[in-house]
Design a protein around this ligand. Sequence first.
Ligand code: SER
Length: 612
Amino acid sequence: MRLDDIRKKFLKYFKDQKHILVTSSSLIPQNDPTVLLTTAGMQQFKPYFTGERDSMIDFKTRRFASVQKCFRTSDINEVGDLDHLTFFEMLGNFSVGDYFKKEAIGYAWVFLTKEIKLGPERLWATYFNGQGRNSKRAKITSDKESLKFWQKFLPKNRICGFGEEANFWGPPGKTGPCGPCTEIHYDLTKKPCEKGEDCLPNCECGRFVEIWNLVLMQYEKTAEAEFVELPRKNIDTGMGLERLAMVINQKGNVFQTDAFSEIIKSIESDPRFGSTGNIAEDAKRLRIVADHFKGTVFLRADEVRFSNKEQGYILRRIFRRACDQYLHPGMDFQKVFQVIISQLKNAYPELAEKKFEIISDCEKEYLNYEKVRNLNISVLLKQLPAQGILSQIASPEGPSSIRITGQAAFQLFSTYGASIDQLKQKGFSFDEMEFEAEMEKHREVSRAGADSKFGGHGLNSAILTDEDRKKITRLHTATHLLQKALIETLGDSIQQEGSDISPERLRFDFKFPTKLTFAQIAKVETIVNEKIEQDLKVSFEEMAIDEALKSGALAFFKEKYPPKVKVYSIGDYSKEICAGPHVASTKELGYFKILSEKSVSAGIRRIKASLD
Ligand code: SER
């Protein structure tokens, strides 16, 4: 079944159930300062859910359905694998104080099993079991009703209760409507993994794919992180169109569906895309280009302009990252854009209307970017202060590896707008923390730069609003507390493998052989929150690297440190080598919450966490 048919079937089904069909809202949220981009179908209905407006007056209905354009930046660095996308379409039905759990579950079941005829034996459901680590949510108890309604359709063993990390949704920004949720998962293989009985939806083995999230929206999260009851009980559902297409058509991943197959063919057919000779690497490059070009077309069609801040920076970042995947200059992005536009223009007429603007803007951006990429290394070297070059290892074709200071790297960045990745590709290596410290010092003046890192972490997304910077700084301090709490809980063998912070969340990778238990996660979270409550002062001292290591400061061994480093202390609790920046005291952090814990590769775990 093609995407067009799935969209039509979904809308028709909900129209027959007396829903008003609403067109997708723009990717730039209107009148909603809590989010940068539209990430869910519910966003355009927010004023109705909160009771600020009455949908009976505006639309004469309490039931809506839509296919919404969504763009999520939180996992942008993971795009390229088999299951992360930035841009996707979300099918959703919404009840504003009309029907609730029973009908929402019933509609979802009938649509999946009767309308699109998924095998009922492949479907599983999850519901909120009342377990929450966040005391502020403790009063929200187990959702026995959803369990009961699911029992009408599913055997008991295919209905599973999970805590708030899996079954409590939203809000997308800091504040807004949210609630427990019940999800439908599709069983791709029907075979348990080595965990046997424990292999349930949300298992990381790849057996299950979550297809539909039914949010039982009953609360509004306030700026004080309280959950207050909404005036009405609402339903907000969201189903990823690309994932649904994948299970309907029995494909292995979304890139094999018609959401991407033609786009990928047109990228592949451009000789300038080239081949690295490594099949897996080439497939990953294709997925990055396909996702990022699609995102580019949709963002620009919604009037996002290339720039160094906010939505414009996201557009610049994905477009440039897509360009980076072509091995030879002169890529034919227009041909790929034509495919994207002609495939999607019926569902999104703005693509055809803006076609020429989209292409001409991207053409200009491409030429600008080419200038940066084509900078000659010997020109760049001449720009460096004499003391900026630490060592140079020559190869017959010229210098192949040049170690420079972080300050010198920063100068190249601020003069030419070359990103860290480009500098690395050109053979420069440098201390990234030194670079970041420099960036921090020159933050205001360097706003015009193109790409940046921030805060001693691999955040490749800077050129941020001040608000975002504050969030990142808080998450950065929380990362230090997290590392120490992990050591306390799991033992001294814990070692940092990587870290990445976006305004929404921190991500921390570390070596550990097994999945963390619920109790271990709860303990880590409790420790971090206790330290936050104790309002510990954050301070730093500069010292020689040897001295810092001798003092017991934690270090990230993948990093090469300069002779002199900063050691940040959080009260007497944590001590870590880091370039900063950090908050002044831990009370500024708010409430720490682990969002997920999973494996990223053998022996490496990944925690994502946020601050409320
Ligand atoms: N808002 C929920 C989600 O984004 C359901 O639509 O998953």
